[in-house]
Write a protein that binds this ligand. Structure first.
Ligand code: PEP
Length: 252
């Protein structure tokens, strides 16, 4: 049985005080209930402060990115071990904004996934097609290519430790959510791909989140699908009430 997993990607938003207030409200709302896994991913400079606000709750702390090297002359970068050191359990990798704006390739994502796993972090590996790719009927090929490239040569033992997020680029921050059918179709394809590359047990145990304009209104329908195991939430994670409503939808 895959436990539903709702994660909030705050992106480059909030001040320190706003982040702490938001995390406190989410922590109070979730309390110690662990039936649904919940995490928030603030900007890296606020990780420690947000982690303190989450203390004692079941809400986990996640980062939005990391570098694949452990330490050294990599100005501006943060290593997986540093994230663990400030209390992170998760790290989002290969988000479409990093792929598009910072030119990260799936090979880069794979190096980060390997490093994150080695540091005992749970990577949330993002894949998703652009609108042009969907219109050209290339969705399946694009997400397959991104998933295969991002997983690289990971073993079954490694793959069961990560989470996949299907995030169609055209649905991110646009208010245009994928229909439950569109999302479920891709999730089922991704699971099939895991089964082909690994085993049916691996495919059955890996959680696949949906991301892209998830909100309190559409969450229940998306989360009712057999292959949708949670949500990676951007905009709607910036207000505690809306985010907690998504967590509540995952409980049903
Ligand atoms: C995201 O960027 O991961 C995301 C899903 O954003 P939004 O929910 O705002 O579409």
């Amino acid at each position: 049985m895959r436990r539903k997993f709702i994660a909030g990607n705050w992106k480059m938003n909030t001040t320190r005080a706003e982040g702490v207030a938001l995390a406190t409200a989410v922590a109070n709302g979730v309390g110690t209930q662990a039936d649904v896994e919940v995490a928030v991913c603030p900007p890296s400079v606020y990780l420690a402060a947000v982690g303190e606000a989450l203390a004692g709750s079941a809400v986990g702390l996640g980062a939005q990115n990391c570098y694949h090297e452990a330490k050294g002359a990599f100005t501006g970068e943060v290593s997986p071990a540093m994230l663990v050191d400030v209390g992170c359990k998760y790290v989002i990798l290969g988000h479409s904004e990093r792929r598009a704006t910072f030119k990260e390739t799936s090979a880069d994502v794979n190096r980060k996934v390997v490093a994150a796993l080695a540091a005992q972090l749970t990577p949330i590996v993002c894949v998703g097609e652009t609108l042009d790719e969907r219109k050209a009927n290339r969705t399946k090929a694009v997400v397959r290519e991104q998933l295969e490239g991002s997983l690289g040569l990971l073993t079954a033992e490694q793959v069961v430790k990560l989470v996949i997020a299907y995030e169609p680029v055209w649905a991110i921050g646009t208010g245009v959510v994928a229909t439950t059918e569109q999302a479920e179709e891709v999730h089922a394809d991704l699971r099939k791909l895991l089964e082909t590359r690994y085993t049916s047990q691996v495919a059955a145990s890996v959680r696949i989140q949906y991301g892209g304009s998830v909100n309190a209104e559409n969450a229940a329908s998306l989360l009712s699908q057999p292959n949708i195991d949670g949500a990676l939430v951007g905009g709607a994670s910036l207000k505690a009430e809306g985010f907690l409503a998504i967590v509540a939808a995952a409980r049903k």
